[in-house]
Ligand binder design. Structure first.
Ligand SMILES: [Zn+2]
Length: 275
């Protein structure tokens, strides 16, 4: 069974501040080391659970966070910028399951380092009225290809938000929210054990899991921070503006919905920088 693993970073045990997530500082390097160990724990767990091949898609920041030769189980590695399917690049219907590693809570949630794609643009995102973080949005691609999402790891909110949209998903909670910039984390060794065990269990039963239960048409509703962002987003095909700062990405083709959302995020990036 081929396993697709998409990794973010803000849901890593011991990571609580943006300084640990971006840049070239020693602190950021230490953050990436913590993340690598969690990713490797997930890969090893997946292999123990029956994975014959693991593809890792680096989904955080510049999306080249790991030394490729330090990845476990000879996992292949998708890294670098401008990937057409962004956090889900590489997934197709040949995969048996998707794992989300080191995910974080949605932008408005009581969760550490909470955001939904661009924190300067997106105020809230919902799938058919249910508040979602990045896992729920990325699961549009999994649903399109008919692949189940079987594991999410990260902080408690990321796991709970994912469970709401994908009942039955396995989750490994490695930290609890204290503030947006503080958390109570498991010791990294314990976090890795938990991720490895849960990944093994999730992959072992993946063949009986179902793809994310998204209806067709699906509706991805996005509230943005200001009206200029909303206006620019409508330049993307498939985007409907239903209020001053309210956008709807809807349709039967879940992949197109995801692609339109990513295009709007990319297009509005420079506008979102303006205070
Ligand atoms: Zn993220």
């Amino acid at each position: 069974m081929k396993i697709f693993l998409s990794t973010d970073m803000e849901g890593t045990a011991g990571v609580v501040d943006w300084e640990q997530c971006v840049g070239d500082s020693p602190e950021a390097a230490a953050g990436r080391k913590l993340l690598l160990a969690e990713v490797n724990a997930a890969i090893e767990g997946a292999v123990e659970g029956g994975a014959t091949e693991v593809v890792l898609n680096d989904s955080h920041y510049y999306m080249r966070n790991f030394p490729a030769d330090e990845l476990a189980a000879q996992a292949s590695y998708i890294s670098g910028s401008h990937k057409p399917l962004y956090m889900m690049q590489g997934l197709d219907s040949s995969f048996g399951a998707v794992l989300f590693i080191s995910y974080h809570g949605s932008v408005g949630a009581c969760a550490g380092l909470s955001h939904t794609y661009n924190p300067r643009a997106v105020v809230e995102a919902r799938i058919n009225g249910v508040v979602t973080g990045e896992a729920g949005i990325n699961a549009l691609v999994a649903a399109h290809y008919g692949v189940p999402v079987v594991l999410v790891t990260g902080d408690r909110v990321a796991c709970e938000e994912t469970e709401k949209l994908m009942p039955g998903v396995h989750s490994a909670v490695v930290k609890e929210h204290v503030s947006r910039l503080a958390a109570h984390s498991l010791h990294p060794v314990k976090a890795r054990e938990l991720i490895r065990d849960t990944a093994r269990q999730a992959v072992a039963v993946a063949s009986s899991a179902s793809p994310p239960p998204y209806p067709r048409p699906v509706s991805l509703e996005v509230s943005v921070r200001n009206t200029d962002i909303a206006e620019a987003a409508t330049w993307v095909r498939g985007v409907e503006r239903v209020g001053d700062r309210e956008l709807v990405f809807a349709g039967d083709d879940l992949l197109s919905v995801y692609q339109s959302f990513c295009a709007a995020i990319l297009l509005t990036r420079s506008i979102a920088e303006v205070v």
